[in-house]
Design a binder for this molecule. Structure first.
Ligand code: AMP
Length: 190
């Protein structure tokens, strides 16, 4: 059982890499951002609530996000492992994930941060916004808020997982295949 958390600021390539790793290691990929966006499309109560935060570039409250994540994990009882993309984003979420996995006799095996400079990320996000239809990618103010949310709430997770000897970093700038090769090498070692 391998449970991997992919970290990184918006635009660092988490979604792209998670999609590749999911296939290589036959893991279930859970992107909380994607689940929120599906709910927004379906106009569910969760979607309506999430949208009010996402539209501003702010994080959705922990309780809502954790409940949704638990439901996603429960949908895959036979999973060989999970790749969490965009979750946890706060220390409270990380603790909730630890508790959830422990209940199932599992744990987070590794967390990997994809690292890139803000300038590169902003360029990537604005470029992605041209085709993604994501309003949070097209507005420089919203992008700024997302970075601030990351720095304040998500960056402390680096210490949280480093203290447990479970954090590694990979340069998020470069060829997609080169980056996935580095990530795969880390996961194979687990
Ligand atoms: P992403 O697709 O990962 O870039 O996430 C897009 C947006 O969804 C974020 O800016 C947040 O508003 C929301 N979101 C996704 N994952 C989480 C999470 N783990 N905690 C809180 N909000 C989240």
């Amino acid at each position: 059982m391998k449970n991997i958390v992919l970290f990184g600021k918006p635009g660092a390539g988490k979604g792209t890499q998670a999609a590749i790793l999911k296939k290589t290691f036959e893991l279930v990929h859970i992107s909380t951002g994607d689940v929120f966006r599906e709910n927004i499309k379906g106009n569910t109560p969760l979607g309506v609530l999430a949208q009010s935060y996402m539209d501003k570039g702010e994080l959705v409250p922990d309780s809502v996000t954790v409940d949704m994540l638990s439901a996603e994990v429960a949908k895959a009882p036979n999973a060989r492992g999970f790749i969490f993309d965009g979750f946890p984003r706060t220390v409270a979420q990380a603790k909730a994930l630890d508790a959830l996995l422990e209940e199932k006799s599992m744990r987070v095996n590794a967390t990997i941060g994809l690292v890139a400079d803000d300038e590169v990320l902003i360029e990537r996000l604005l470029e992605r916004g041209k085709s993604s239809g994501r309003t949070d990618d097209t507005d420089a103010e919203k992008i700024k808020t997302r970075f601030e949310e990351y720095n304040q709430k998500t960056a402390p997770l680096i210490a949280y997982y480093s203290d447990q000897g479970k954090y590694e970093e990979v340069n998020g700038i470069g060829e997609v295949t080169e980056i996935s090769a580095q990530l795969s090498a880390i996961i194979k070692r687990l």
